[in-house]
Design a protein around this ligand. Structure first.
Ligand SMILES: CC(C)(COP(=O)(O)OP(=O)(O)OC[C@H]1O[C@@H](n2cnc3c(N)ncnc32)[C@H](O)[C@@H]1OP(=O)(O)O)[C@@H](O)C(=O)NCCC(=O)NCCS
Length: 180
């Protein structure tokens, strides 16, 4: 698929052409914590990296040389909920975020295009994601990109934080899906 043309109302900022979108390497894990803001997800990222090493997922990062990681998105090929990712037809997108300074410039869209092209080349036919019901900007972006709501998700999940203490998140969400 060709990349989307630039948004007619927005000029491309100069930094955008310097961004390298690539697979995460081990040393990126600490950088994904940003300045401590996401250190509670240390074990989540480590587990995601192990799964990537085993070929069960891909962790994509946006690297701006001289600045560092400015975005990330994780794709899981298979999980225990086959309606999200079944390893054959359907993959699951999560952990998507761009640093605030670099939002609304088309980077998130570009990352999604790369992710979708990569999945097509692996013969996946659907990409699913969960988005918090009050995340209106993300819902609008996904809708523009061809995703539609297919189900309600209670959005309750638990993870061990960087101190090994279990945290529970409750974030009612929409499950959205796109046919690739
Ligand atoms: C959701 C998120 C990842 C999107 O990333 P982004 O880089 O801002 O995405 P884009 O810039 O491609 O698109 C955002 C908007 O900028 C517009 N835009 C601005 N300049 C653009 C350009 N040059 N080219 C394309 N689109 C551009 C897009 O049209 C889009 O418009 P919309 O708000 O009307 O939908 C980002 O906002 C984010 O990190 N949010 C916080 C975390 C989050 O909510 N993650 C999603 C969890 S499901």
């Amino acid at each position: 698929m060709q990349p989307s043309p630039p948004h007619p109302l927005h000029a491309q900022p100069a930094w955008l052409s310097g961004v390298i979108i690539r697979r995460a390497v081990f040393t990126d894990l600490a950088r994904m914590e940003w300045e401590g803001q996401y250190q509670h997800f240390r074990n989540v990222y480590a587990e995601a990296y192990r799964r990537a090493r085993d070929g069960l997922s891909v962790l994509w990062v946006a690297d701006l040389p001289e600045v560092g990681l400015i975005g990330q998105v994780f794709i899981q090929f298979i999980c225990d909920r086959l309606e999200l990712a079944d390893g054959v037809d359907r993959a699951y997108l999560y952990g998507f975020r761009i640093r605030p300074t670099y939002r609304d410039a088309g980077l998130g869209s570009r990352m999604m295009e790369i992710v979708e092209d990569d999945l097509r080349s692996r013969c996946f036919r659907y990409l699913t994601l969960n988005v918090a019901k009050d995340n209106f900007r993300a819902i609008r972006l996904y809708t523009q990109k061809g995703y539609h709501i297919v189900a309600h998700e209670p959005g309750i999940w638990s993870y061990p934080d960087h101190n090994g203490e279990w945290q529970t998140v409750e974030e009612p969400a929409w499950r959205m899906e796109k046919k690739l």
